[in-house]
Design a protein around this ligand. Structure first.
Ligand code: PRP
Ligand code: MN
Ligand code: MG
Length: 182
């Protein structure tokens, strides 16, 4: 079972779900009659996006992008490359970019600039987690679930070598998990 690998829970399933409801209500108020295009950044954003859109009570469309930053499991390098582009025309659309976490800020910086270049009517960012201490470039979300300290967190979309995304809560792995990975 997955729990045995978890050292500490940062945000429980109940805390996350409560926070998602509030974010959904705020977004509903801000996007009435705007038919926003909600863009999930694969793969980490998927669990959050799935919960968030069901907490939003206005018409919206969904689309996905997959980008990759070159780097190791722990540290991203800053170079971003598109693996899957949007299917939707961006010009004139109100975009809501959904992320599981903002760390260095590089992924979102790249995506925001790309969407502005494609003449989006507006681009806003909603992230479940913000790790301000990780920031390398200027990037601030418009809607934030929770702040996290500068630790490697997993769950609710966040992976360690592609695992643990399906945890319904956010936590820190036991050191033994990393030791066994070699
Ligand atoms: C992670 C995370 C964010 C990004 C944040 O994605 O889901 O998308 O890194 O880091 P940054 O602010 O330093 O750019 P990752 O590239 O690991 O892909 P994944 O979502 O498929 O795990
Ligand atoms: Mn991601
Ligand atoms: Mg990842």
């Amino acid at each position: 079972m997955l729990e045995k690998d978890i050292e500490k829970v940062f945000y429980s399933e109940a805390q996350i779900q409560e926070r998602v409801k509030v974010l959904g209500q705020q977004i509903s108020e801000d996007y009435q009659d705007k038919n926003p295009l909600v863009v999930g950044v694969l793969k980490g954003a998927v669990p959050f996006l799935a919960d968030l859109v069901r907490a939003i009570n206005v018409h919206l469309e969904m689309d996905f992008m997959d980008v990759s930053s070159y780097g190791s499991a722990f540290v991203s390098s800053g170079e971003v490359r598109i693996l899957k582009d949007l299917d939707t025309v961006v010009e004139g659309r109100h975009i809501i970019l959904v992320e599981d976490i903002i760390d260095s800020g590089r992924t979102l910086k790249y995506l925001v600039e790309l969407l502005k270049h494609r003449k989006a009517a507006s681009v806003k960012i909603v992230t479940m987690l913000d790790k301000p201490e990780g920031r390398v470039v200027d990037m601030e979300a418009d809607y934030i679930g929770f702040d996290v300290p500068n630790e490697f967190v997993v769950g609710y979309g966040l992976d360690y070598i592609e695992n643990y995304r399906n945890l319904p809560y956010i936590g820190v792995l036991k050191p033994a998990v990393y030791e066994n990975a070699d």
